[in-house]
Design a protein around this ligand. Structure first.
Ligand code: ADP
Ligand code: ASP
Ligand code: MG
Length: 402
């Protein structure tokens, strides 16, 4: 018995039957004597649908109005879930982000949670209500609603668990936990019993959608253990994300795919000191995040620099380079038909041969590597987008033969 935070993603509340299924999980937890705070996302594809509606009217809509629109998705699901809980005869109240005390930075579309003023949450729990909170949203200093970035409901749940010192933080989703690869793409992917914050943070950042990376960052900061589990297979244990995890004799914890990547190649940069600095300073000034960087020798005392950014930043990055150098547009090539495949595992640093095993798997499937980047706990390669799913399977099979 204690305080349990339960988060349900969009697919877990996609239709009436699923909302009732969630109401059952929540009320079973409450009936067992726990205080329960529930965080929900918008139903199914609601957020995507809302964005599509906006694009029909104004593809360049302001971020403030986009947030005003997107927060509506979670308002629908909290009220429907609260109605389902009422129908089962339990006391319940639904709260929007601002009512639940989510104070955020002012950055519409990617706001950060600054503080949760949890008096209202506490008061509702003291009244023995089940509290259903809208994920993904808060309010900024201008009293405007904000969103936390796509997949942000996971962060809302971890933030409540941290602010209220919850005894458990459960993230319910449409798979049974965190797997060694996306279980929808790799049928023999293995479920992990446990994983460390650092490994999960890498997996989430490198494309494993199952947890939002900011939620993992926050869980690590406030030492909130996360349990990822299925809202459908109720009695199946999920995956625990925590500081120290048992290794289960696995070298690699997971293989991920990130298709939100664009590669930009800049040719014929004069081979003088400071040129790379000038270019990346300009990109930083435009708040464009650069990922993998490669520099190579060009012709006639020039050099080429290639780097990757997210697809949304590609055009701005090209403009920033044209701003920096007096060069021809034809010297810049922007390729969005690329994907980043990564392997993650804390043990790989002390295991020579990990990289070669990954590269061999790709070579055997005739997949060409464009760029490589490594850290102590991950190796990433950039490959053609068309080969992405094949590459994930090939690399996964090399480390976990079926
Ligand atoms: P929710 O709607 O519950 O927030 P998401 O769609 O955001 O769910 O995340 C769950 C999805 O993440 C799964 O359906 C699965 O396809 C995908 N996924 C990608 N990589 C992994 C992984 N390594 N382990 C588990 N799921 C993964
Ligand atoms: N509904 C939001 C999204 O689709 C938040 C979330 O699902 O966590 O991104
Ligand atoms: Mg999600």
């Amino acid at each position: 018995m204690g305080l349990i935070v339960q988060k349900f993603g969009g697919s877990s509340v996609a239709d009436a039957a699923k909302v009732l299924n969630v109401a059952k999980i929540v009320t079973d937890t409450y009936r067992a004597g726990n205080d329960v705070v529930v965080v929900v996302s918008a139903q199914g594809d609601t957020t995507d649908d809302l964005i599509a509606k906006a694009n029909e009217i104004n593809p360049a809509a302001s971020k403030r109005e986009m947030d005003m629109l997107m927060t509506a998705g979670e308002q629908i699901s909290i009220s429907l879930l609260a109605m389902a809980i009422e129908s089962l005869g339990f006391p319940v109240v639904s709260l929007l982000g601002w009512q639940a005390g989510f104070n955020t930075s002012s950055a519409y579309g990617s706001a950060r949670i600054k503080k949760i003023e949890n008096d209202r949450l506490r008061a509702e729990l003291d009244r023995h209500n089940i509290v259903v909170v809208a994920g993904f949203q808060g309010i900024n200093k201008y009293d405007d609603v904000t969103t936390l970035g796509r997949g942000g409901s996971d962060t809302s749940a971890v933030a409540i668990a941290a602010a209220m010192h919850a005894d458990r933080c459960q993230i319910y989703t449409d798979v049974e936990g965190v797997f060694t690869a996306d279980p929808r793409k790799v049928s023999h992917a293995k479920k992990l019993k446990e994983i460390t914050y650092d490994e999960m943070l890498e997996l989430a950042t490198l494309g494993a959608q199952v947890l939002n990376n900011r939620s993992v960052e926050m869980a690590k900061k406030y030492n909130v253990e996360i349990e990822v589990r299925s809202s459908i297979q109720k009695d199946v244990p999920g995956t625990i994300v925590k500081e120290v995890a048992k290794m289960e004799k696995m070298l690699i914890r997971g293989v991920t795919k990130d298709t939100d990547v664009a590669r930009i190649s800049v040719k014929n940069i004069s081979n003088n000191p400071g040129e790379a600095f000038k270019m990346f300073a300009k990109l930083a000034q435009k708040k464009i995040n650069v990922d993998i960087i490669l520099q190579s020798v060009g012709r006639n005392n020039t050099k080429d620099i290639t780097f990757t950014v997210s697809k949304a930043n590609a055009q701005d990055a090209v403009a920033a380079i044209l701003d920096t150098f007096d060069m021809d547009e034809s010297d810049i090539v922007c390729d969005t038909e690329v994907a980043k495949i990564s392997i993650v595992g804390a043990g790989m640093e002390s295991h020579p041969g990990t990289a070669s095993k990954m590269f061999e798997a790709l070579y055997e499937h005739n997949i060409n590597i464009d760029m490589i980047s490594t850290s102590e706990i991950k190796i990433s390669v950039l490959i053609p987008l068309k080969d992405a799913d094949k590459a994930v399977s090939a690399v996964h099979d090399a480390f976990y033969p079926a």
